[in-house]
Design a protein around this ligand. Structure first.
Ligand code: PMP
Length: 331
Protein backbone atom coordinates (compact mmCIF):
# COMPACT_ATOMS: atom_id res chain seq x y z
CA UNK A 1 0.00 0.00 0.00
CA UNK A 2 1.38 3.42 -0.95
CA UNK A 3 0.15 6.74 0.44
CA UNK A 4 1.09 10.22 -0.73
CA UNK A 5 1.30 11.77 2.72
CA UNK A 6 0.36 11.29 6.36
CA UNK A 7 -3.06 12.90 5.86
CA UNK A 8 -4.08 10.01 3.61
CA UNK A 9 -3.70 7.69 6.60
CA UNK A 10 -6.62 9.35 8.41
CA UNK A 11 -9.75 7.20 8.59
CA UNK A 12 -10.60 3.74 7.25
CA UNK A 13 -9.97 2.21 10.65
CA UNK A 14 -11.03 -1.40 11.35
CA UNK A 15 -13.74 -2.63 13.73
CA UNK A 16 -12.36 -4.85 16.49
CA UNK A 17 -14.56 -7.37 18.34
CA UNK A 18 -14.51 -6.58 22.04
CA UNK A 19 -14.42 -10.12 23.37
CA UNK A 20 -15.14 -9.59 27.07
CA UNK A 21 -17.96 -7.14 26.36
CA UNK A 22 -19.46 -9.50 23.75
CA UNK A 23 -19.24 -12.57 25.96
CA UNK A 24 -20.86 -11.12 29.08
CA UNK A 25 -23.74 -9.62 27.11
CA UNK A 26 -24.28 -12.35 24.50
CA UNK A 27 -24.10 -9.58 21.90
CA UNK A 28 -21.51 -8.85 19.22
CA UNK A 29 -19.84 -5.66 20.43
CA UNK A 30 -17.31 -3.97 18.16
CA UNK A 31 -15.03 -1.02 18.75
CA UNK A 32 -13.90 1.24 15.90
CA UNK A 33 -10.13 1.45 16.26
CA UNK A 34 -9.75 5.23 16.04
CA UNK A 35 -6.45 5.08 17.93
CA UNK A 36 -4.95 3.90 14.63
CA UNK A 37 -5.33 7.35 13.07
CA UNK A 38 -1.90 8.97 12.54
CA UNK A 39 -2.47 11.55 15.31
CA UNK A 40 -3.57 8.70 17.58
CA UNK A 41 -7.22 9.64 18.02
CA UNK A 42 -10.64 10.02 16.44
CA UNK A 43 -10.10 13.78 16.39
CA UNK A 44 -7.85 13.56 13.31
CA UNK A 45 -11.07 13.15 11.34
CA UNK A 46 -12.69 16.30 12.74
CA UNK A 47 -9.44 18.26 12.29
CA UNK A 48 -9.20 17.20 8.64
CA UNK A 49 -12.85 17.96 7.90
CA UNK A 50 -12.53 21.44 9.47
CA UNK A 51 -9.32 22.28 7.55
CA UNK A 52 -10.70 20.92 4.26
CA UNK A 53 -13.80 23.07 4.75
CA UNK A 54 -11.74 26.20 5.51
CA UNK A 55 -9.65 25.58 2.36
CA UNK A 56 -12.80 25.13 0.28
CA UNK A 57 -14.06 28.48 1.58
CA UNK A 58 -10.65 30.09 0.86
CA UNK A 59 -10.21 31.05 4.50
CA UNK A 60 -6.60 29.90 4.79
CA UNK A 61 -3.50 29.91 2.59
CA UNK A 62 0.11 28.71 2.88
CA UNK A 63 1.76 29.78 6.20
CA UNK A 64 -1.65 30.62 7.65
CA UNK A 65 -2.64 29.99 11.28
CA UNK A 66 -5.10 27.51 12.73
CA UNK A 67 -6.22 28.43 16.24
CA UNK A 68 -8.21 26.11 18.47
CA UNK A 69 -9.30 25.41 22.03
CA UNK A 70 -9.02 21.70 22.78
CA UNK A 71 -8.65 19.03 25.47
CA UNK A 72 -5.64 18.00 23.36
CA UNK A 73 -6.59 15.46 20.72
CA UNK A 74 -8.07 17.93 18.24
CA UNK A 75 -4.96 20.06 18.74
CA UNK A 76 -2.76 17.07 17.93
CA UNK A 77 -4.79 16.30 14.79
CA UNK A 78 -4.82 19.95 13.67
CA UNK A 79 -1.07 20.30 14.27
CA UNK A 80 -0.25 17.13 12.33
CA UNK A 81 -2.33 18.27 9.35
CA UNK A 82 -1.06 21.88 9.64
CA UNK A 83 2.53 20.61 9.56
CA UNK A 84 1.83 18.42 6.52
CA UNK A 85 0.10 21.28 4.65
CA UNK A 86 2.36 24.21 5.55
CA UNK A 87 0.20 25.96 8.17
CA UNK A 88 0.93 26.92 11.79
CA UNK A 89 -1.10 25.80 14.78
CA UNK A 90 -1.88 27.76 17.95
CA UNK A 91 -3.41 25.45 20.53
CA UNK A 92 -5.21 26.59 23.69
CA UNK A 93 -5.64 23.90 26.33
CA UNK A 94 -6.88 23.85 29.93
CA UNK A 95 -3.90 23.15 32.19
CA UNK A 96 -5.86 20.33 33.89
CA UNK A 97 -5.33 18.03 30.90
CA UNK A 98 -2.57 15.41 31.02
CA UNK A 99 1.11 16.28 30.63
CA UNK A 100 1.36 13.56 27.98
CA UNK A 101 -0.88 15.48 25.56
CA UNK A 102 0.83 18.82 26.32
CA UNK A 103 4.29 17.30 25.75
CA UNK A 104 3.18 15.73 22.50
CA UNK A 105 1.81 19.05 21.21
CA UNK A 106 5.03 20.85 22.16
CA UNK A 107 7.15 18.18 20.50
CA UNK A 108 5.13 18.58 17.30
CA UNK A 109 5.91 22.30 17.26
CA UNK A 110 2.47 23.61 18.18
CA UNK A 111 2.35 27.05 19.80
CA UNK A 112 0.77 25.75 23.02
CA UNK A 113 -1.09 28.17 25.32
CA UNK A 114 -2.18 26.71 28.65
CA UNK A 115 -5.01 28.41 30.52
CA UNK A 116 -6.64 27.72 33.92
CA UNK A 117 -9.78 25.55 33.68
CA UNK A 118 -12.81 27.86 33.83
CA UNK A 119 -16.53 27.31 33.14
CA UNK A 120 -17.78 28.01 29.61
CA UNK A 121 -19.57 31.21 30.67
CA UNK A 122 -16.23 32.74 31.79
CA UNK A 123 -14.38 34.75 29.07
CA UNK A 124 -11.16 33.03 30.21
CA UNK A 125 -12.57 29.58 29.36
CA UNK A 126 -10.21 27.83 26.89
CA UNK A 127 -12.76 27.78 24.07
CA UNK A 128 -13.69 31.46 24.54
CA UNK A 129 -10.02 32.45 24.83
CA UNK A 130 -9.16 30.55 21.64
CA UNK A 131 -11.79 32.61 19.79
CA UNK A 132 -10.33 35.88 21.15
CA UNK A 133 -6.86 34.74 20.09
CA UNK A 134 -8.12 33.67 16.64
CA UNK A 135 -9.68 37.11 16.10
CA UNK A 136 -6.27 38.67 16.89
CA UNK A 137 -4.54 36.37 14.40
CA UNK A 138 -7.15 37.03 11.71
CA UNK A 139 -6.45 40.78 12.18
CA UNK A 140 -2.69 40.58 12.20
CA UNK A 141 -2.41 38.17 9.24
CA UNK A 142 -4.94 40.06 7.11
CA UNK A 143 -7.26 37.12 7.20
CA UNK A 144 -4.83 34.22 6.82
CA UNK A 145 -6.00 32.51 10.00
CA UNK A 146 -8.98 30.47 11.14
CA UNK A 147 -10.67 29.55 14.39
CA UNK A 148 -11.33 25.81 14.01
CA UNK A 149 -14.27 26.04 16.45
CA UNK A 150 -14.76 22.27 16.68
CA UNK A 151 -17.68 22.58 19.12
CA UNK A 152 -19.94 24.74 16.96
CA UNK A 153 -18.50 24.28 13.47
CA UNK A 154 -20.62 21.53 11.94
CA UNK A 155 -17.90 20.69 9.41
CA UNK A 156 -16.88 18.46 12.36
CA UNK A 157 -20.05 16.36 12.40
CA UNK A 158 -20.19 16.35 8.57
CA UNK A 159 -16.68 14.88 8.60
CA UNK A 160 -17.96 12.00 10.72
CA UNK A 161 -21.03 11.69 8.49
CA UNK A 162 -18.82 11.31 5.43
CA UNK A 163 -16.18 9.07 6.98
CA UNK A 164 -16.75 7.38 10.38
CA UNK A 165 -20.48 6.82 9.91
CA UNK A 166 -20.25 5.54 6.32
CA UNK A 167 -17.39 3.24 7.27
CA UNK A 168 -19.39 1.72 10.15
CA UNK A 169 -22.37 1.14 7.88
CA UNK A 170 -20.16 -0.57 5.25
CA UNK A 171 -18.17 -2.60 7.77
CA UNK A 172 -21.31 -3.98 9.42
CA UNK A 173 -23.06 -4.36 6.03
CA UNK A 174 -25.94 -2.52 7.67
CA UNK A 175 -26.33 -5.29 10.26
CA UNK A 176 -26.13 -3.08 13.33
CA UNK A 177 -28.70 -2.67 16.07
CA UNK A 178 -27.15 0.15 18.08
CA UNK A 179 -24.32 2.66 18.19
CA UNK A 180 -23.16 4.08 21.51
CA UNK A 181 -20.48 6.64 22.34
CA UNK A 182 -19.67 9.59 24.54
CA UNK A 183 -19.76 13.20 23.37
CA UNK A 184 -17.24 16.00 23.63
CA UNK A 185 -18.13 18.27 20.75
CA UNK A 186 -20.88 15.88 19.67
CA UNK A 187 -19.33 15.55 16.20
CA UNK A 188 -18.95 11.77 16.37
CA UNK A 189 -22.37 10.87 17.77
CA UNK A 190 -24.15 13.34 15.48
CA UNK A 191 -22.32 12.38 12.27
CA UNK A 192 -22.33 8.61 12.80
CA UNK A 193 -25.89 8.69 14.11
CA UNK A 194 -27.09 10.59 11.03
CA UNK A 195 -25.71 7.99 8.62
CA UNK A 196 -27.19 5.11 10.62
CA UNK A 197 -30.61 6.73 11.11
CA UNK A 198 -30.83 7.59 7.39
CA UNK A 199 -30.12 3.92 6.61
CA UNK A 200 -32.57 2.54 9.20
CA UNK A 201 -34.32 4.69 11.76
CA UNK A 202 -34.65 1.68 14.09
CA UNK A 203 -30.90 1.62 14.75
CA UNK A 204 -30.57 2.96 18.29
CA UNK A 205 -28.18 5.85 18.97
CA UNK A 206 -27.21 5.99 22.63
CA UNK A 207 -25.10 8.50 24.56
CA UNK A 208 -22.61 7.24 27.17
CA UNK A 209 -21.99 10.28 29.36
CA UNK A 210 -19.33 10.57 32.08
CA UNK A 211 -20.21 11.90 35.55
CA UNK A 212 -19.79 15.67 35.75
CA UNK A 213 -21.38 16.19 32.32
CA UNK A 214 -24.81 17.74 31.81
CA UNK A 215 -25.70 15.83 28.66
CA UNK A 216 -27.21 12.76 30.34
CA UNK A 217 -29.79 14.92 32.14
CA UNK A 218 -30.31 16.92 28.95
CA UNK A 219 -31.29 13.77 27.03
CA UNK A 220 -33.42 12.46 29.88
CA UNK A 221 -35.26 15.64 30.88
CA UNK A 222 -33.98 18.55 28.72
CA UNK A 223 -32.30 20.03 31.80
CA UNK A 224 -28.55 20.80 31.76
CA UNK A 225 -27.73 19.52 35.24
CA UNK A 226 -24.25 18.28 36.17
CA UNK A 227 -23.58 15.78 38.95
CA UNK A 228 -20.36 14.15 40.13
CA UNK A 229 -16.98 14.18 38.41
CA UNK A 230 -14.74 12.04 36.22
CA UNK A 231 -11.04 11.62 35.49
CA UNK A 232 -11.84 11.09 31.80
CA UNK A 233 -10.77 13.77 29.31
CA UNK A 234 -12.22 15.13 26.08
CA UNK A 235 -15.80 14.12 26.82
CA UNK A 236 -18.81 15.51 28.62
CA UNK A 237 -20.25 19.01 28.29
CA UNK A 238 -22.04 21.70 30.23
CA UNK A 239 -23.91 22.91 27.16
CA UNK A 240 -25.55 21.83 23.90
CA UNK A 241 -23.02 22.59 21.15
CA UNK A 242 -24.09 23.11 17.52
CA UNK A 243 -22.66 19.66 16.68
CA UNK A 244 -24.49 17.94 19.55
CA UNK A 245 -27.71 19.72 18.56
CA UNK A 246 -27.52 17.87 15.20
CA UNK A 247 -27.63 14.46 16.92
CA UNK A 248 -30.69 12.24 17.11
CA UNK A 249 -30.26 10.36 20.38
CA UNK A 250 -32.65 7.67 21.61
CA UNK A 251 -31.37 7.31 25.16
CA UNK A 252 -28.45 8.08 27.48
CA UNK A 253 -26.51 6.38 30.26
CA UNK A 254 -24.56 8.16 32.95
CA UNK A 255 -21.37 6.13 33.44
CA UNK A 256 -19.26 6.16 36.60
CA UNK A 257 -15.45 6.02 36.44
CA UNK A 258 -15.72 3.12 38.91
CA UNK A 259 -17.32 1.08 36.11
CA UNK A 260 -15.32 2.49 33.19
CA UNK A 261 -11.71 2.52 34.43
CA UNK A 262 -11.57 -1.12 35.66
CA UNK A 263 -12.70 -2.11 32.14
CA UNK A 264 -9.67 -0.29 30.70
CA UNK A 265 -7.43 -2.39 32.98
CA UNK A 266 -9.28 -5.60 32.08
CA UNK A 267 -8.84 -4.93 28.35
CA UNK A 268 -5.14 -4.16 28.78
CA UNK A 269 -4.49 -7.46 30.53
CA UNK A 270 -6.92 -9.77 28.71
CA UNK A 271 -7.26 -8.37 25.19
CA UNK A 272 -4.02 -6.43 24.67
CA UNK A 273 -5.96 -3.22 24.09
CA UNK A 274 -4.38 -0.19 25.83
CA UNK A 275 -7.25 2.25 25.57
CA UNK A 276 -7.74 5.81 26.79
CA UNK A 277 -10.26 6.97 29.37
CA UNK A 278 -13.15 7.89 27.05
CA UNK A 279 -13.02 4.41 25.50
CA UNK A 280 -13.67 3.04 29.00
CA UNK A 281 -16.86 5.10 29.25
CA UNK A 282 -17.88 3.91 25.76
CA UNK A 283 -17.29 0.23 26.50
CA UNK A 284 -19.01 0.41 29.91
CA UNK A 285 -21.96 1.96 28.08
CA UNK A 286 -21.90 -0.72 25.37
CA UNK A 287 -22.01 -3.46 28.04
CA UNK A 288 -24.94 -1.81 29.84
CA UNK A 289 -26.73 -1.48 26.51
CA UNK A 290 -25.95 -5.08 25.49
CA UNK A 291 -27.41 -6.36 28.76
CA UNK A 292 -30.55 -4.31 28.13
CA UNK A 293 -31.24 -5.07 24.45
CA UNK A 294 -29.40 -8.40 24.07
CA UNK A 295 -28.60 -11.16 23.58
CA UNK A 296 -27.87 -11.50 19.88
CA UNK A 297 -27.62 -7.79 19.02
CA UNK A 298 -24.83 -6.05 17.13
CA UNK A 299 -23.47 -2.96 18.87
CA UNK A 300 -20.69 -0.62 17.74
CA UNK A 301 -18.76 1.86 19.84
CA UNK A 302 -15.63 3.99 19.48
CA UNK A 303 -12.09 3.29 20.72
CA UNK A 304 -11.08 6.96 20.69
CA UNK A 305 -7.39 6.86 21.64
CA UNK A 306 -4.79 4.95 23.68
CA UNK A 307 -3.87 4.79 27.37
CA UNK A 308 -0.42 6.36 26.69
CA UNK A 309 -2.07 9.78 26.63
CA UNK A 310 -3.33 9.38 30.22
CA UNK A 311 -0.51 7.41 31.90
CA UNK A 312 -0.07 10.03 34.63
CA UNK A 313 -3.74 9.61 35.62
CA UNK A 314 -4.66 6.05 34.68
CA UNK A 315 -1.65 4.39 36.28
CA UNK A 316 -1.34 6.78 39.22
CA UNK A 317 -1.96 4.65 42.31
CA UNK A 318 -2.62 7.64 44.62
CA UNK A 319 -5.20 9.09 42.26
CA UNK A 320 -6.91 5.71 41.79
CA UNK A 321 -7.01 5.19 45.54
CA UNK A 322 -8.43 8.69 46.09
CA UNK A 323 -11.16 8.02 43.51
CA UNK A 324 -11.90 4.61 45.01
CA UNK A 325 -11.04 2.83 41.75
CA UNK A 326 -9.48 -0.65 42.18
CA UNK A 327 -5.73 -0.62 41.44
CA UNK A 328 -4.71 -3.30 38.89
CA UNK A 329 -2.54 -5.97 40.52
CA UNK A 330 0.38 -5.39 38.14
CA UNK A 331 0.84 -1.73 39.16
N1 PMP B 1 -12.70 10.77 23.24
C1 PMP B 1 -11.61 11.53 23.24
C2 PMP B 1 -10.37 10.97 23.82
C3 PMP B 1 -11.65 12.84 22.73
O1 PMP B 1 -10.53 13.60 22.75
C4 PMP B 1 -12.87 13.33 22.22
C5 PMP B 1 -12.98 14.73 21.68
N2 PMP B 1 -12.64 15.76 22.52
C6 PMP B 1 -13.99 12.51 22.25
C7 PMP B 1 -13.88 11.23 22.75
C8 PMP B 1 -15.35 13.00 21.82
O2 PMP B 1 -15.54 13.11 20.45
P1 PMP B 1 -16.49 14.23 19.84
O3 PMP B 1 -15.79 15.55 20.04
O4 PMP B 1 -16.62 13.87 18.41
O5 PMP B 1 -17.79 14.21 20.56
Amino acid sequence: MKKNNIIDLIGNTPLIRLNYASEITGCEIYGKAEFLNPGGSIKDRAALAIINNAEKENKINKNGYIIEGTAGNTGIGLTLIANAKGYNSVIVMPETQTKEKKDLLKSMGADLRLVPAKPYKDPGNYVKYSKTLADEYIQKTNGNAIWANQFDNIANMLGHYNSTGKEILEQTEGKIDAFICSSGTGGTIAGVGKVLKEFNKDIKIILADPKGSALYNYIKSKELIMEGSSITEGIGSSRVTANFAEATIDDAYSIDDKDAIPLIFKLIKNEGLNLGTSSGINIAGAIKLGKEIGPGKIIVTILCDLADRYKSKLFNKELLKEKDIPIPEWL
